[in-house]
Write a protein that binds this ligand. Structure first.
Ligand code: ADP
Length: 244
């Protein structure tokens, strides 16, 4: 059951004003089965933090560990381990527009090690069933509504049944009904033991769901509250503070 630990993790980028820290000195532990909302204003560092956790980028300082092992020491070498453990949905749509939904998903199942057509089909149908879209496999991404497309992105992340889902703004541009559907699916997955780490601006839903809420301000953790509210800033509980 993988535990994620960030120890003093810092990521820098260059801007026209020179280098700056997009996230800075992050200490954070997330245990298997947690449901964590990552919130903060635009530019606060949410995407960067999620990319660090999911091994998409490397920290310039500090470490990001999965069960005590570096998530991304050398990106290519760590890739199979990252693929096995993380389902990652980025802010940008990842579906290939000239491929059907089935083809988009089965490609990921193939990378996960499946080869037989029947198994690929089973996996894809199962993942689409989990997100409540069992009947869209033959469609092209352009034929889906925004809500359906985001749910297919989630299905794509689920195809290989990773223990951890890292979801960047999965609820962006969705109406309330679609956000409810999405939160329902995620709650069910979490009930089944999947870790959910999710950046969102959907404050109303964060406040209703009362899960762990990590709030970023200027690349630093300003709040980390179990059963918290959107943007709640509180003394971090010792349970979540790393001991050095
Ligand atoms: P959020 O997801 O909270 O909006 P981001 O993590 O996307 O925040 O961005 C944090 C800061 O880092 C912003 O100032 C953003 O412009 C900058 N940033 C993010 N990614 C890059 C990148 N690849 N190159 C340069 N700057 C970046």
């Amino acid at each position: 059951m993988p535990t994620i630990q960030l120890k003093n993790a810092t990521k820098r980028y260059r801007s026209e004003h020179g280098q700056f820290e997009a996230v800075s000195g992050i200490d954070l532990t997330i245990r298997q089965g947690e449901f964590v909302f990552v919130v903060g204003s635009s530019g606060a560092g949410k995407s960067t933090l999620l990319q660090l956790i999911a091994g998409q980028i490397r920290a310039d300082e500090g470490t990001v560990l999965l069960d005590g092992m570096n998530v991304a020491p050398f990106p290519l070498i760590s890739a199979p381990r990252v693929r096995r453990n993380f389902g990652y949905v980025s802010q940008e749509p990842q579906l290939m527009r000239r491929r059907t939904v089935y083809e988009n998903l089965s490609m990921i199942a193939r990378v996960g090690g499946l080869t037989r057509e029947k198994k690929l089909m089973e996996r894809t149908v199962k993942a689409l069933g989990i997100v409540g879209l069992g009947d869209v496999g033959g469609k092209y991404p352009g034929e889906l509504s925004i809500g359906q497309a985001r749910r297919v992105e989630l299905a794509r992340a689920l195809v290989n049944s990773p223990p951890i889902l890292v979801l960047d703004e999965l609820t962006a541009n969705l109406d309330e009904d679609n956000i409810w559907d999405m939160m329902h699916v995620l709650s069910e997955l979490n009930r089944g033991g999947t870790t959910i780490i999710m950046a969102t601006h959907a404050s109303m839903f964060v406040n209703i769901m009362r899960r762990r809420v990590v709030t970023l301000v200027d690349g630093k953790i300003a709040g980390d509250v179990a059963g918290g509210r959107y943007g709640e800033i509180k003394e971090r509980k010792s349970k979540y503070t790393l001991k050095h």
